[in-house]
Design a protein around this ligand. Sequence first.
Ligand code: NAP
Ligand code: MG
Length: 493
Amino acid sequence: MQKILNYINGEWCESASGKFVPVLNPATGGVLAEVTQSTKEDVDRAVQAAREAQKSWRLVPAPERAEILYKVAYLLKERKEQLAQVLTSEMGKVIAEGRGEVQEAIDMAFYMAGEGRRLFGDTIPSELRNKFAMSVRVPIGVAGLITPWNFPIAIASWKSLPALVSGNAVVWKPATETPMVAAEFVKIYEEAGLPKGLINLVNGSGSEVGNAMVDHPGIDLISFTGSNEVGAAINGRAGALLKRTSLEMGGKNAITVLEDADLDLAVEGILWGAFGTSGQRCTATSRVIVHEDVKEALTEKLLARIGELKMGNGLDESVKVGPVINRSALERIHEYVKIGQEEGATLLTGGQIATGKSLDEGNFYLPTIFTDVTPDMRIAKEEIFGPVVSIISVRSLEEAIEVNNSVEFGLSSAIYTANVNRAFHAMRDLDTGIVYINAGTTGAEIHLPFGGTKGTGNGHRDSGVAALDVYTEWKSVYVDYSGKLQRAQIDNY
Ligand code: NAP
Ligand code: MG
């Protein structure tokens, strides 16, 4: 049995706990490997190594740090297929999406390597004569990364690459369900020549390892992606310690379809957004807000296409919908379907755990569509994180925007319309961190900021230049070359 270990101070090692848990393939129920379960002591060792390594890393010129990131990028590219296979085996998403996710990490590596020759600050005129002013980005120290299973390598790349290029060291706890691709990613950092101690992988549970990281005085910031429940708890603990947190959490994303929209195009966007990754994307389409005049036509077109969504093991190239992550996710999704029925929504298709040859051993849920959903129903408000979409009908663009914005989350939204004026109104008024016009709710590119408003986050962004704000402090530097005391705001007025 393959053993997945920790990587601390440049050594692959097992936790002294001696405990391992199995890594399961969600499509088959088979055991792929077992992963070491760490304790607070492992976190201590990782933090110590990181602190020590960061002392000299911060002095390495950023373009030189970036040389290693370029090597990481090329290694990721070389191993794209192998990484995608591992990812799909342990996480379940179909292989085309697995490849797409690895590509996101490749893109991020090249992009952040480029930052090694930018990391721009500003030069700003001083208000005094013979004085020079500038702002520079400086690393914070040790970044603690806590990541989810649904994008196990993309999200890790969004966080570790900007942390490292800007001169920090990293302690990373991946999700318990996806330690294999995490280990492969760290191996690439190792092979690229990243000095020991700069990336430390500590496997284990959120309660044991995650909490120890949040509470550790040697970790300066926590970058977290996951559920609101855990994010809020992390923020409370870290806040009391005045520790920076960057939180990316849930979504309840909607596609709005206006009466002037290209309905066939909208159907493509809905199928991809709602059922891709079996609905387990933070940007998944979980509501369709449709103008009443085209509700029937859109629904018919959707139902006509649902049969194309072949379910099965994501390693099979012909499969369109893979499993959900585990048994408890399967049960939670089914629970929401029952809630929807009790609330009076009409179940159009799906609504069941999928059964049949080759599906029984895995965690498969049928693509599910509800209609006659109203914005106050729980299925219209709460994140389900599975292949379930709710159709809500409205009478105008204004009402659509109001419904879109009525949820506590604000990650992604989309609108299909042929009218440029209405598109611009929507761009202005949809209260989400990401807005798509004539495309579904998923499809972020790594060089733009990624994140959400309201309950989705706490104002930070992963990816894009904005990511650097999470991993750096601003330092304002004033150089007075006048040779005398010059008092700002006083001597010049
Ligand atoms: P989760 O339960 O919050 O887990 C996320 C990570 O936090 C895992 O590594 C988990 O460890 C760890 N964790 C759990 N309890 C912890 C604690 N008390 N202290 C510190 N860390 C702890 O989320 P999930 O169910 O895996 O992922 C699904 C959620 O992620 C959804 O809500 C989804 O919307 C969100 N998500 C958001 C984005 C975004 O960018 N906005 C992207 C992807 C996913 P274990 O694995 O050991 O439990
Ligand atoms: Mg969890």
